[in-house]
Write a protein that binds this ligand. Structure first.
Ligand SMILES: Nc1ncnc2c1ncn2[C@@H]1O[C@H](COP(=O)(O)OP(=O)(O)OP(=O)(O)O)[C@@H](O)[C@H]1O
Ligand code: SF4
Ligand SMILES: [Mg+2]
Length: 391
C-alpha cells in the first residue's frame, strides 16, 4: 500500500473528522488510542500528549444497543431474529459478534443501519444509541446522513451490494459528493486515494472498471474503501472474508485491523470464524437464537468460556497445537426454530450441562467474573469447574 497515499488520507481525516480531528479533547483521545496501540500518529495530529493513558481509560461508548428486538412476520409465525439483545462498542475498539448461521448476526447489523427488509421485518423494541442519539428516533433524512457518513458497512455479499451497472469510480464518488460535499474532481482524487489505501494498484484505471472486472478479494477491498470513504467512526463488517480463500482472507483482515488502528475507527466484526475473533477482536459477544449468551474479552472467551455453547464452539474447531488424530467435538442437534422458542434456555436441547430448571426458566445474562464477563447460563459456576480451559 503506497505510504504517501495513506499519510495524505490520514491528514485529511484529522482535519475533517469530528471524532478524529475535531476539538482538542478528541485529538488527545485519538493520540492516546494510536500511541497506546503502538502506532505513530501523523504529524498534524500530534498534540497534547496523554502520558500513561490507555484506550480503556480514555475513550467512551460509541454505540450502545439496548434491548433490541427485530422480528419478521412470516406465514409460519413471527421470527424473533433479534430477541432483546444489549451490547456496546467503545471508540476505536473492535468487537466481534459470533454465532452459528441464522442466530441473528446480520439482522443485528442491519437493524443498526435501519435497513431491515420491510414490511416483513420490523424493529419492535429497544434503543440504538450512537454517540448518545437514538438512531431509531431519527427521521429518514437524518438516518441517510448517518449511513455511510458516520457508520460504514461492509455487507456480507459484496457482489450483491455493489451496483453492477455503475463503474467503481462512480460508486465511490457518489457518497463523497453527497456526504462530504466534494466537487467531482476532488471526489475523484479522493476515490483514487481510497483505492490505493486498500491496496488496489493502478487506481486511476481501476476506477473506470465495473464490479464484474474485479476479483472477489478486490471487491471486498472496494467494499472496505466505500465503508471508510466518508471518515466514519464505526464500521460494521458482516462476514467480511467468508467468500475468500484463506490467503486473501488474512490480507483483508490485516488490512482492516491496520486501518482501524491508523484511523481510530471502531469495528463490529460479524463472523462465525473463531480464528478471526481470537486475532482481531478486543471483546466478543456470543449470540445464540437471537440472544447474547456470553460476552467477555477475546482472551477470557478463549481461556475461560462460561457458557456451554461457547465451549461447544471452541471444541468444534481444529487446533494446530493438537495431534492430527485428535477428534473434534461438534455441537449435536440444530438451533431452535426462531418462531417457536422454548420457554426455558434455547440451548437446552443441545446442552450437556442441562438441568431441570433450564427447561422452565430462561437464564438472564449475569456477571460471572470481574471485567464485564457475562454469561446467560444457570450452570455457569459448574462450567468454571468442569470446563477445561480452551487455549
Ligand atoms: N427477510 C426475512 N424474512 C424472514 N426471516 C428472516 C429474514 N431475514 C432474516 N430472517 C431470519 O432471521 C434469522 C436471523 O438471520 P440472520 O441473517 O441475522 O442470520 P446470521 O446470524 O447472519 O446467519 P449467517 O451466519 O448465515 O449469515 C434467521 O432465522 C433468518 O431466517
Ligand atoms: S442454562 Fe442450562 S441448558 Fe442453558 S446453557 Fe446453561 S446449563 Fe445449558
Ligand atoms: Mg449473516
Amino acid at each position: 500500500m503506497p505510504a504517501l497515499a495513506v499519510a495524505r488520507f490520514e491528514r485529511r481525516l484529522c482535519r475533517r473528522n469530528p471524532v478524529l480531528g475535531g476539538g482538542r479533547k478528541e485529538r488527545a483521545v485519538r493520540r492516546a488510542t494510536t500511541v497506546g496501540r503502538g502506532a505513530k500518529p501523523p504529524a498534524e495530529c500530534d498534540e497534547v500528549p496523554l502520558r500513561g493513558a490507555t484506550l480503556r481509560g480514555v475513550v467512551g461508548t460509541l454505540l450502545e444497543v439496548r434491548n433490541l428486538q427485530t422480528h419478521f412476520a412470516t406465514r409460519g409465525g413471527v421470527v424473533r431474529a433479534v430477541d432483546g439483545v444489549s451490547w456496546d462498542v467503545r471508540e476505536g475498539e473492535t468487537v466481534a459478534l459470533v454465532g452459528e448461521s441464522g442466530c441473528g448476526k446480520s439482522v443485528s447489523a442491519l437493524s443498526i443501519m435501519r435497513l431491515v427488509a420491510a414490511p416483513a421485518g420490523r424493529i419492535v423494541g429497544g434503543q440504538i444509541l450512537f454517540k448518545g442519539r437514538d438512531l431509531l428516533r431519527l427521521g429518514e433524512e437524518e438516518m441517510r446522513r448517518v449511513r455511510g457518513r458516520e457508520i460504514g458497512m461492509v455487507f456480507q455479499e459484496p457482489m450483491t451490494s455493489l451496483n453492477p451497472v455503475l463503474n467503481i469510480g462512480r460508486q465511490l464518488t457518489e457518497g463523497l459528493e453527497i456526504h462530504l460535499k466534494l466537487s467531482p474532481a476532488d471526489a475523484r482524487r479522493r476515490a483514487e486515494e481510497l483505492l490505493a489505501m486498500v491496496g488496489i494498484s493502478d487506481p486511476g484505471r481501476r476506477l473506470r472498471q465495473y464490479p464484474h472486472q474485479f476479483s472477489g478479494g478486490m471487491r471486498q477491498r472496494m467494499m472496505i474503501a466505500m465503508a471508510l470513504a466518508c471518515n466514519p467512526s464505526l464500521v460494521l463488517a458482516d462476514e467480511p472474508t467468508t467468500a475468500l480463500d484463506v490467503t486473501i482472507q488474512a490480507q483483508i483482515l490485516e488490512l482492516m485491523k491496520d486501518l482501524s488502528r491508523r484511523l481510530g475507527v471502531a469495528m463490529l466484526i460479524i463472523t462465525h470464524n473463531l480464528g478471526v475473533v481470537a486475532r482481531y477482536a478486543d471483546r466478543v459477544n456470543v449470540m445464540y437464537a437471537g440472544r447474547i449468551v456470553e460476552r467477555a474479552t477475546a482472551r477470557e472467551v478463549y481461556g475461560r468460556p462460561r457458557h456451554p455453547y461457547t465451549l461447544g464452539l471452541l471444541r468444534s474447531v481444529p487446533r494446530l497445537d493438537e495431534p492430527r488424530r485428535a477428534r473434534l467435538t461438534p455441537i449435536e442437534g440444530q438451533p431452535p426454530d426462531l418462531t417457536r422458542l422454548p420457554p426455558g434456555c434455547a440451548f437446552a436441547p443441545r446442552c450437556a450441562f442441562c438441568v431441570e430448571r433450564c427447561t422452565r426458566e430462561a437464564p438472564p445474562l449475569a456477571e460471572v467474573d470481574a471485567g464485564g464477563h457475562v454469561s446467560a447460563c444457570w450452570e455457569a459456576a459448574r462450567l468454571e469447574r468442569v470446563g477445561e480451559p480452551v487455549r
